[in-house]
Design a protein around this ligand. Structure first.
Ligand SMILES: [Ca+2]
Length: 165
């Protein structure tokens, strides 16, 4: 289970619309500058919210989505980095983001992933109709941020069969 202490502000919304996805991570950055960096920011549909690693946290870094039941997926869409412009500048380049990693499924199978340093928006990683209870993103290397070295990911979306491509 995720550390529920990070979810205090989201309790009302979560009760109103129970989520079928529980997000967790190897570490979580403290709130700051008006932002939170909790794992649930990975699945809120908002590119302007991100999960980030705790300051000074050593790898390996990872995030995981646990589903309420096994689902079949055909692709994973990942919005890498912190995709927002604010008073500090372009947070995408200021923060670190994934360079290479792996998708791991609940059967233990893995698939490599890689991002160009300037890959904003969503990057789609097709998978071969995997049925799984979870998707873990294992982060193996990073594009270093120009200001901060916290690794950021804005959004993760699993694509199921029949979804519009
Ligand atoms: Ca988000």
């Amino acid at each position: 289970m995720a550390d529920l202490s990070h979810h205090v502000g989201a309790v009302a919304a979560a009760e109103a619309a129970p989520r079928s996805v529980e997000a967790s991570a190897s570490s979580t950055h403290k709130p700051g500058a008006g932002y939170t960096f909790v794992p649930s920011n990975l699945t809120d549909g908002d590119l302007a919210t991100s999960w980030q690693t705790a300051k000074g946290a050593h790898g390996p870094h990872w995030v995981r989505l646990d589903f309420a039941r096994a689902i079949t997926i055909t692709a994973v869409d990942i919005a890498n980095g912190f995709q927002v412009q604010d008073r500090f500048g372009d947070e995408f380049t200021l923060n670190s983001r994934i360079a290479t990693g792996r998708l791991r499924f609940s059967d233990g199978s893995e698939q490599p992933i890689a991002f160009d340093s300037d890959a904003e928006g969503y990057t789609r990683f097709p998978v071969a109709d995997v049925t799984t209870n979870s998707v873990t993103i294992l982060i193996d290397s990073e594009h270093l941020g120009t200001k901060w070295h916290d690794v950021a990911v804005s959004e993760v979306v699993v694509i199921q069969p029949g979804a519009d491509e």
